[in-house]
Design a protein around this ligand. Structure first.
Ligand SMILES: [Zn+2]
Length: 133
């Protein structure tokens, strides 16, 4: 329907202008909501690659971790702490999906060093350090 399209176009222009006029607000919001920024970036990347997405949420990741008793980094087993990443086991950019089955929790060093490489073929996870008691 033409009206809905016009409304969407108007909203897009309006919000783009608002963002341009309020750069501090965005920066402040980003600084205060790092988890939401990360989730947003993650979903935007998934859309960019038009990956299949089954609508998983962080709650699904947490539930799976509980069910499988696997809370640490998927690759090295370390405790990623606050800085955990939502990692694509098979990289998005290589055709991996954005379905829950292809998402795992990893520590920042593993995710960042693996990047878009295929684990165990092009990248080998580090040996986990013994957890400090
Ligand atoms: Zn790791």
């Amino acid at each position: 329907m033409a009206n809905a399209e016009a409304k969407r176009a108007y909203d897009r222009v309006y919000s783009a202008r608002w963002r341009a006029e309020n750069p501090d607000h965005i920066a402040l919001w980003r600084a205060e909501n790092p988890d939401r920024v990360r989730l947003y970036v993650h979903k935007r990347r998934a859309r960019k690659y038009a990956a299949e997405n089954d609508g998983w949420t962080d709650a699904d990741l947490a539930q799976r971790a509980e069910e499988t008793d696997a809370y640490g980094c998927f690759w090295c087993g370390s405790d990623p702490g606050e800085d955990w990443h939502r990692d694509h086991i098979f990289p998005l950019s290589r055709g991996g999906s954005n379905r829950l089955e292809n998402i795992t929790i990893s520590c920042a060093p593993c995710n960042l060093s693996k990047n878009a490489r295929i684990a165990y073929e092009e990248w080998t996870p580090p040996i986990a350090e013994e957890p400090t008691p």
